[in-house]
Design a protein around this ligand. Structure first.
Ligand code: SP5
Ligand code: ZN
Length: 366
């Protein structure tokens, strides 16, 4: 059995449109994604998945450890300010962004909602609506609740002093996703970096001998997790590893050369892959990351940024990968042999998202 945490509050963030290549399109990061995954998991035989909506409120402290105070204030207050200022009620979208070649010309601090809208985002996709803060806060709390449950299960296992080839796993079925959100920037459908928040929370839970827990992040979303990379770039705990499209969004990050800095040097591992990547090629790359980096880092916990937008039928992304790949990804992660937290990131083929996410979880085994 795999425990799943989710919440209906995550459904409240629901922009109706976004721009793709300059054209108006429906908002791909929709509440239907979450509903479709829940429905698929609940339809499995033998109650393989246990869904819980009992979310523990961990408060603002774990979020404040990752994101800057002015950014958190912005996310909570900007919508009302925006509408009062005459902004379109659909949601906050930037007028200008302080591109580095613009920002260096001036010293002005953003005063109006229109100005702030650019200060705190790096693209047009992170539309802030009335309920966006509530949904994002809940998304982080779902992830923290799942992390808490994983810690409980891991502690229980340790207490029994038995070895097992069957590490516990917990899945946070949440949205909006998080891995593009930087310390004070939203973008890529992300507002709060759920994985980063849960990672730091788990690190701060000491092991029995009193040392901080060691975490390894495996980001299997099609897109590079620029947010998670930035947040942990100069620390050695966690290890951040990512497999992603070499030429895709977010375009400016994700190269092999980005390896961390200071004591974090060597603890940021990017594996860019071509769009043509198929199941076998992907699995070879994932296995290499696990063998060369994840297992040698001796983690107490593995956290998976679980995007299934690597799927060949994904409407905005996708390698040449079929649904058969996902149980293999789950099995490879299980072979690390460590308690694992799965956190939902991208995946936009709503028709197959349940099967693909569920495939990873079933491949890990309950
Ligand atoms: C969490 C996550 O997966 N965020 C991804 C955000 C990607 N947004 C931009 C995608 C642009 C792709 N171009 C669309 C081409 C459609 N034919
Ligand atoms: Zn993605």
């Amino acid at each position: 059995q795999i425990r799943v945490f989710t919440s209906d509050v995550c459904l409240l963030h629901a922009p109706t449109y976004e721009f793709h290549s300059g054209a108006e399109n429906h908002y791909h990061e929709s509440p239907d994604r979450l509903t479709a995954i829940a429905k698929w998991l609940e339809s499995r035989p033998e109650k393989r998945f246990v869904l819980s909506k009992d979310i523990v409120d961990h408060g603002m402290t774990p979020i404040q450890k990752i994101h800057k105070p002015d950014f958190l204030e912005y996310l909570q207050t900007i919508y009302d300010e925006w509408v009062q200022e005459g902004g379109h009620p659909h949601g906050v979208a930037p007028a200008t962004v302080p591109h580095q070649r613009l920002a260096r010309l001036g010293k002005g601090k953003p005063q109006t909602a229109a100005a702030k809208s650019g200060e705190y985002c790096f693209d047009l996709s992170a539309v802030i609506m009335k309920e966006t803060w509530r949904a994002s806060y809940e998304s982080a709390q779902v992830t923290l609740t799942a992390a808490g449950e994983l810690k409980r299960l891991a502690d229980q296992l340790q207490g029994q002093n038995t070895t097992t080839d069957h590490p516990p796993a917990v899945y946070a079925l949440c949205r909006p996703p998080g891995h593009h959100a930087q310390t004070d920037l939203c973008g890529g459908y992300c507002f709060l970096n759920n994985v980063a928040i849960a990672t730091q929370w788990l690190i701060d839970q000491p092991q029995k001998d009193g040392r901080p827990s060691r975490v390894a992040i495996v980001d299997v979303d099609f897109h590079h997790g620029n947010g998670t990379q930035e947040i942990f770039y100069s620390v050695k705990n966690p290890l951040y590893t990512s497999l992603h499209s070499e030429k895709g969004y977010p375009f400016f990050t994700g190269s092999k050369e980005e390896q961390g800095e200071g004591e974090g040097l060597g603890f940021n591992i990017n594996v860019p892959l071509p769009k043509s990547t198929n199941n076998d090629e992907y699995m070879a790359a994932l296995q290499k990351v696990i063998d060369d980096h994840v297992r040698p880092s001796a983690p107490d916990y593995v956290i998976v940024s679980l995007g299934v937008d690597t799927f060949q039928e994904d409407p905005i992304a996708g390698f040449q990968m079929t649904s058969d790949a996902y149980p293999r990804i789950g099995a490879a992660i299980r072979s690390i042999g460590v308690p694992t937290l799965f956190v939902q990131e991208g995946g936009y083929c709503v028709e197959k998202i349940g099967q693909n996410v569920g495939g990873v979880l079933e491949g890990f085994g309950g």
